[in-house]
Ligand binder design. Structure first.
Ligand SMILES: CCCCCCC/C=C/C(=O)SCCNC(=O)CCNC(=O)[C@H](O)C(C)(C)COP(=O)(O)OP(=O)(O)OC[C@H]1O[C@@H](n2cnc3c(N)ncnc32)[C@H](O)[C@@H]1OP(=O)(O)O
Ligand SMILES: NC(=O)C1=CN([C@@H]2O[C@H](COP(=O)(O)OP(=O)(O)OC[C@H]3O[C@@H](n4cnc5c(N)ncnc54)[C@H](OP(=O)(O)O)[C@@H]3O)[C@@H](O)[C@H]2O)C=CC1
Length: 327
């Protein structure tokens, strides 16, 4: 196994001299976003509760030549949010970007959901995002500007089985619009949302029954949208919500039904996978000896299987092993 790098579609040095905080940056979409930003020159601070995951990701990034630091953070605690942002600004003198990626929920029919359960998910996703936005504004961005991207979840048509998360994410999208207006012209802050549909990530470990029959999104596809919105290329874009879902949320069943109406058997939409392919015989070369390979995907087995097919498709090979171009 050799080291593999992050093969961003964006211009190198796009984020040179920038200091960007990515919550939940040790796993899944957050980890991929951290890799992508670091590969583009940013100093990335990844923060979450489980420090081991953060350290692994930071080590991967450093071994690839990027700059990454870790901080323990529970986004539900406003005090910790302020402490983390203050520590970053004390050390680096700035916080130019914030990616509110940490979040999640459990599945439950609305009828079975307790008030505490509803509150827990709203606290995590809506309050957690607010806590970090407020801390960033008060500590640095209110005076110096900056760019914020909130990673939410496609909730365009409601989310059957995840009422609490749908309500919280809709709250994040609406909060984003208000903040774009209040913090834009006078404070120089841009703030946007990315709403992933069903993505192939470690997060799906908590959704074991899911049958990945349709074209799912890749971590890189969510990360690329975040990177674009953070970047100067989006300098006149603020207050928007960018769905990254292959239009699945426009269909009746959305991403969350047992069957999607979106091209359920095959998809002709080529995936974007930012991770470089591992080289043959890698890891034995002098320059990669002793370095861990970057694990490409930490997801349930059916998802990894699907991802392998996507990789074949990306590389121009036959993803089905049968000479066709379909997945
Ligand atoms: C086919 C379906 C496809 C769906 C696709 C969706 C794609 C989305 C993917 C992702 O979002 S990836 C991220 C994946 N990770 C997660 O989602 C995990 C996140 N979960 C958590 O962090 C925690 O579970 C939580 C939601 C924050 C709750 O943690 P907390 O520590 O606050 O909970 P507790 O104090 O234990 O309980 C509070 C309250 O909530 C009730 N509850 C908690 N878990 C469940 C559960 N699994 N089922 C039902 N109820 C639950 C718990 O009972 C408490 O309520 P009361 O009992 O006191 O009334
Ligand atoms: N995968 C998918 O299909 C989709 C994912 N999303 C959303 O995208 C985001 C990233 O998800 P994904 O990468 O898939 O899943 P992961 O479960 O891999 O990522 C969630 C991250 O959030 C962190 N986190 C959770 N709770 C807290 C907390 N209280 N404080 C700080 N960090 C926390 C976790 O780290 P730790 O446990 O160490 O704190 C973890 O790193 C989430 O908001 C998710 O809901 C949206 C749509 C679809």
């Amino acid at each position: 196994m050799s080291m593999i790098g992050y093969n961003s579609v964006f211009k190198k040095d796009l984020f040179k001299d920038q200091v960007i905080l990515v919550t939940g940056g040790g796993t899944g979409i957050g980890r991929c976003t951290a890799h992508e930003l670091a590969s583009l020159g940013a100093t990335v601070i990844i923060a979450a509760r489980k420090i081991d995951q953060l350290i692994n990701t930071a080590r991967e990034i450093e071994l690839l030549g990027g700059k990454c630091e870790t901080m323990a953070l529970n986004i539900r605690d406003p005090k910790q949010a302020v402490e983390v942002v203050q520590a970053i600004v004390a050390k680096h003198g700035k916080l130019t970007g914030l990616v509110n990626n940490a979040g999640g929920q459990f599945r439950s029919p609305a009828s079975k959901l307790s008030p505490n359960g509803f509150a827990a998910v709203v606290n995590l996703n809506l309050m957690g995002t607010f806590n970090l936005c407020k801390a960033a504004f008060d500590t640095y961005m209110g005076e110096h500007g900056g760019s914020i991207v909130n990673v939410t979840l496609d909730c365009r048509n409601g989310i059957p089985g995840m009422l609490h998360s749908g309500a919280a994410r809709a709250g994040v999208i609406n909060m984003t619009k208000t903040l774009a207006i209040e913090w834009g012209p006078f404070n120089g802050i841009r703030i946007n949302c990315v709403s992933p549909g069903m993505m192939m990530t470690s997060g799906l470990k908590t959704y074991p029954e899911h049958n990945p029959s349709s074209r799912m999104g890749t971590e890189s596809e969510a990360a690329a949208a975040v990177v674009f919105l953070l970047s100067p290329a989006a300098s006149y874009i603020t207050g928007i919500n960018l769905p990254v879902d292959g239009a699945s949320s426009l269909t009746c069943a959305g991403t969350y039904g047992t069957e999607t109406l979106f091209n359920p058997k095959t998809s002709l939409m080529k995936p974007y996978i930012g991770w470089l392919q591992q080289q043959e015989g890698g890891g034995e070369e002098e320059e990669t000896k002793g370095q861990p390979a970057v694990k490409e995907l930490d997801a349930p087995e059916p998802i990894i299987h699907l991802y392998e097919r996507y990789k074949g498709f990306v590389n121009g090979g036959s993803a089905n092993g049968g000479g066709g171009s379909k997945l």
